[in-house]
Write a protein that binds this ligand. Structure first.
Ligand SMILES: C[S@@+](CC[C@H](N)C(=O)[O-])C[C@H]1O[C@@H](n2cnc3c(N)ncnc32)[C@H](O)[C@@H]1O
Ligand code: FES
Length: 457
């Protein structure tokens, strides 16, 4: 079967520091150039580019193989890619100067590399060297902190505003920081792939320019700064594990704009792509008129429901510090007629009556089991006959170890809330049944968060 004329496998196998590898020889630049060139020449229907593990020619990378012929290339650079595409994929003639011609020598090199790699692995193991994955997990905070500090200093925005690449002293002057320390930070950001450095001057790479610069079209910097608050709460994890709860801190509505704005921006960014998918998965029953979005945050879900269902009106129920943010997003979406805000406390207030749909998106994880059982009873009372509750959250396996993102998120709740956590399908099912809901079902969304739906019969 040949769904594509050519299938290109480009090695991007990472290796422990000090070992030769394709990424170490610049395979990422080749992969990017190849994808760009294939798309630019409208060859995407005939050439498929896939990354792959080591091809066994690690010293001569970047390496790639083109199938169905089985043509092996070594030592490519991004500059070779246009010629490769012209010759091999357009003219059907492999680019002779980079093709590995001698099949016996090729096989021998692969076999020898494999034996060396196995011997090195055995030697590392015998010497008790820490496996790379374990070391990476333990020091994962380092890369995170580098990016967080750059965000905290608005470094990416400063580089964008400069208009042309800046040397470290100029960046330090713009940020009012120490020149030596700033240079170390800039170099590390280059190593992490967020900045580029040429002739001693730094500029944003494509990812940083798109997502980390204030005012960029896909600017995520405000929401990502919520991680600066999380950094502080996560530092209390050991204490929280010892004592069962984090050190006391103010309620959400007491935390001020510095906390609320990035928090709601982070929620809004997540919801932008997620909300339409949820709307589609939930659907709205014929004749449904009223939705309550409890802890609705930025209003992104209510907006998406209202946009998809012109007969629906929505109430975004949230804290007094948050509803002005929701009201702004609703106004920007031109939906003030049908999407309203309601100030209240979801931990104790009644929600009114006669709703057709109640949404609890990313709410239950903030609360303890008892609080969730109480919340679901009040939600039940707010729905009319046939009304549905939709919970969106991590829905864990019965042993609470999967999905991985949900197990890690439970720690976020351990350090950030009094009694919150990630709950299993079994727990949600029993709470919903206890509140009076029937037809309880789990809707898998293929990501860390799923839906639990119940109906007031
Ligand atoms: C994790 S966010 C989820 C926001 C939104 N539902 C979403 O999925 O994007 C939790 C929301 O619950 C709100 N919230 C927290 N405690 C609340 C309370 N006691 N009463 C009302 N809303 C509350 C927060 O302000 C925030 O908007
Ligand atoms: S790392 Fe690419 S061939 Fe080994």
């Amino acid at each position: 079967m040949h769904p594509f004329r050519y299938h290109v496998f480009v090695c991007d196998q990472r290796k422990p520091e000090g070992q030769p590898s394709c990424p170490g020889h610049g395979s990422q630049a080749v992969i990017d150039a190849l994808r760009r060139e294939v798309a630019a020449r409208q060859l995407s229907d005939s050439v498929m580019v896939t990354t792959c593990g080591s091809l066994g020619l690690c010293e001569h990378g970047p390496n790639l193989v083109v199938y169905p012929e089985g043509t092996w290339y070594s030592g490519l650079t991004a500059a070779d890619v246009p010629e490769l595409v012209t010759e091999h994929f357009q003219n059907g003639r492999p680019l002779a100067r980079l093709v590995r011609q001698d099949e016996r020598a090729l096989k021998q090199e692969i076999t020898e590399t494999r034996s060396r790699a196995m011997a090195a692995l055995k030697a590392r193991d015998a010497a008790g060297a820490i496996p790379e994955e374990l070391a990476e997990t333990v020091r994962g905070y380092m890369a995170s902190r580098i990016v967080l500090t750059a965000l905290e200093l608005d470094l990416f925005t400063a580089l964008a505003r400069a208009g042309s690449p800046l040397g470290a002293p100029a960046v330090a002057a713009a940020l009012a920081t120490d020149p030596r320390a700033t240079e170390a930070l800039l170099n590390a950001l280059v190593a992490l792939g967020l900045l580029v450095k040429k002739d001693g001057a730094f500029a944003n790479g494509p990812l940083a320019a798109r997502f980390l610069v204030a005012g960029a079209r896909d600017d995520a910097s405000v929401g990502l700064k919520h991680n600066l608050s999380l950094w502080k709460t996560w530092s209390n994890l050991t204490q929280a594990v010892r004592e069962g709860h984090p050190p006391p801190r103010g309620d959400m509505d007491q935390r001020g704009d510095d906390w609320t704005t990035p928090f709601i921006a982070a929620m809004h960014k997540n919801a932008a792509t997620r909300a339409p998918v949820v709307v589609q998965a939930v659907g709205v029953a014929q004749g449904a008129r009223r939705l309550i979005d409890i802890g609705g945050g930025s209003g992104a879900y209510s907006i998406a429901f209202a946009q998809a269902h012109p007969s629906l009106s929505c109430d975004v129920f949230d804290l007094s510090t948050v509803v002005p943010i929701a009201a702004r997003h609703v106004a920007e979406a031109g939906l003030t007629e049908r999407v309203h805000t309601v100030v209240g406390d979801l931990r104790k207030d009644a929600f009114g009556t006669g709703y057709d749909l109640a949404l609890l998106s990313a709410i239950c994880h903030m609360l303890g089991p008892e609080e969730n059982r109480d919340l679901l009873k009040r939600v039940f009372a707010a729905l009319g006959p046939g009304g549905r509750v939709v919970i969106q959250d991590n829905v864990m396996s019965a042993d609470k170890t999967l999905p991985k993102a949900g197990a890690i998120f439970a720690i976020n709740m351990l350090v950030g809330t009094e009694r919150g956590g990630s709950y299993s399908k079994e727990e949600y099912t029993s709470w919903l049944a206890e509140a009076g809901f029937g037809e309880v079902r789990h809707v898998s969304m293929g990501g860390p968060s799923d839906l639990m739906v119940g109906t007031r019969r």
